[in-house]
Design a protein around this ligand. Structure first.
Ligand code: ADP
Ligand code: ASP
Ligand code: MG
Length: 450
């Protein structure tokens, strides 16, 4: 008998028919003798529609009210799923984030989980019930409803799996697992059987939206094994776990595309110590996440600072830069919302020189201009114009032969590939800082390895 946490995303519960199919899947697991928990997202498009409604009401909706609104999406789908199971004659119970004790900090719209008190989950499982939990939502210590960022049901599932000691956390979506590129962009992308947390973290951080980055980080910190698989087939998906010697280590795991960021530039700031600290310090105070950074210095004692930030943080970032532009007598603030980030991820970059050169040559042959570049030990990211980005992804996928069999590292040196993972497992009861373990990514106001 296994204890399984499953998670079904929006498309998997997108209609009453889909919800019935999920109910059948859960019932089959239960009748096979397993204890089953299902974490569910809002029905497809509901979160987007609620967001649009909010913006019809108010240009900048108060964040507390936004979370109040968005959390209702998941409440609909958990109740419908529990009803679908009841209609089949089995016992299920649904819980909101606050009912299952997902306690978060007070940062509305991207709250971090501080603790999970899953007692009611354990009790309901003990009574033989199928437990259904609303993804994406939590509650602060003083009772305010929060949400966990887009795609946040993934982290709800991983956090519950960790709290109740589940054998595996199965994340179901409309693809069969993690592919070498988004199969919607690259039709010959290949499904990957196993990935280390480290590789998955880089893929997720650089745009592979199939798993939310913070959920992978939480899984790594707490040793939760993730199985990414399809709601629409029984095929084995991709296992994400700690790297070990038996794991096939591809030189390049995949290519990703991220169109969710914007580039901001503050032109003509004084070139003197403390200016970057001031700019990124003010951004951090407003909880603006910063990814890549570039500073160009002219010989006239002035500099231009450019950085990328999630579109969701753009309004706040713009306010901060406009204020600083006046304070620092800067020339102007520029915003480019049409950028894309294309990244190549692979643990083999550590030991195989020349990957960056090959990447840049392939992009040059496709006439793709690079605006910014950043790297981690196992990732190279380039910012380019959004219009050329899909072509860039396909060019890189071809260049590195990713549609064919994986080119693997012959023998994994002991300990190699496991670095950066597992080290902080013990005693971790909460989510780490955003971007922790992923250089140059998501640190509020932090510097990004440009
Ligand atoms: P859900 O709504 O179930 O959470 P998501 O839409 O968040 O599902 O994630 C599934 C989608 O992720 C797929 O439809 C696919 O287009 C996209 N995707 C992006 N990168 C990848 C990748 N490397 N492998 C598989 N899917 C990917
Ligand atoms: N419903 C939320 C979203 O659309 C959370 C999730 O789907 O994971 O982002
Ligand atoms: Mg998702």
């Amino acid at each position: 008998m296994a204890l399984v946490v499953t998670k079904f995303g929006g498309t998997s519960v997108g209609s009453t028919e889909c919800i019935r199919a999920v109910a059948d899947r859960l019932i089959a697991r239960k009748q096979a003798g397993n204890d089953v928990v299902a974490v569910v997202s809002a029905m497809a498009h509901v979160t987007d529609e609620l967001t649009e409604l909010a913006h019809e009401m108010c240009a900048e909706p108060p964040e507390r009210e936004m979370d109040m609104l968005l959390s209702t999406g998941e409440q609909v789908s958990i109740a419908l799923l529990a009803m679908a199971i009841a209609a089949r004659g089995l016992d299920a119970v649904s819980f909101t984030g606050s009912q299952v004790g997902i306690v978060t900090d007070a940062v509305h719209s991207k709250a971090k989980i501080a603790e999970v008190h899953g007692d009611c989950v354990r009790a309901a499982l003990g009574e033989g019930r199928i437990v259904i939990v609303a993804g994406f939502q939590g509650i602060t210590g003083d009772g305010q409803i929060t949400t966990l960022g887009r795609g946040g049901s993934d982290i709800t599932a991983v956090a519950i799996a960790s709290d109740i000691g589940a054998d595996v956390c199965e994340i179901y979506s409309d693809v069969e697992g993690i592919y070498t590129a988004d199969p919607r962009v690259v039709p010959d992308a290949r499904k990957i059987a196993e990935l280390s947390y480290e590789e998955m973290l880089e893929l997720a951080a650089s745009g592979a939206g199939v798993l939310q980055m913070r959920s992978v980080e939480f899984a790594r910190n707490h040793g939760v094994v993730i199985h990414s698989r399809s709601s629409f087939s029984d095929a084995e998906g991709t296992i994400v776990k700690e790297a070990d010697v038996s794991m096939e280590q591809a030189i390049i795991s995949g290519v990703t595309l991220d169109t969710s960021e914007a580039k901001l530039t503050i032109r003509g700031v004084p070139d003197r110590p403390g200016i970057a600290a001031k700019v990124f310090g003010e951004l951090a105070k407003e909880n603006v996440n910063v990814d890549m950074i570039i500073q160009n210095v002219s010989d006239q004692g002035i500099a231009n600072i450019s950085f990328t930030t999630p579109q969701d943080d753009l309004i706040r970032a713009r306010h901060v830069l406009d204020r600083l532009a006046t304070e620092l007598s800067a020339r102007e603030v520029l915003v480019d919302e049409s950028i894309a980030k294309v990244s190549l991820v692979g643990a083999g970059m550590r030991t195989h020189p020349g990957i960056a050169a090959r990447m840049f040559e392939a992009l040059a042959r496709s006439d793709v201009n690079l605006e910014m570049i950043s790297t981690s030990p196992i990732r190279i990211s380039c910012v380019t114009s959004g219009a050329r980005a899909k072509e860039a992804v396909r060019a890189l996928h071809d260049e590195f032969g990713l549609g064919k069999e994986a080119i693997t590292i012959e023998k994994m040196p002991s300990g190699e590939g496991a670095s950066g993972s597992g080290a902080s497992r013990e005693g971790v009861s909460a989510e780490g800082a955003p971007g922790e373990g992923v250089p140059g990514r998501g640190v509020p106001g932090g510097d990004g390895g440009a």
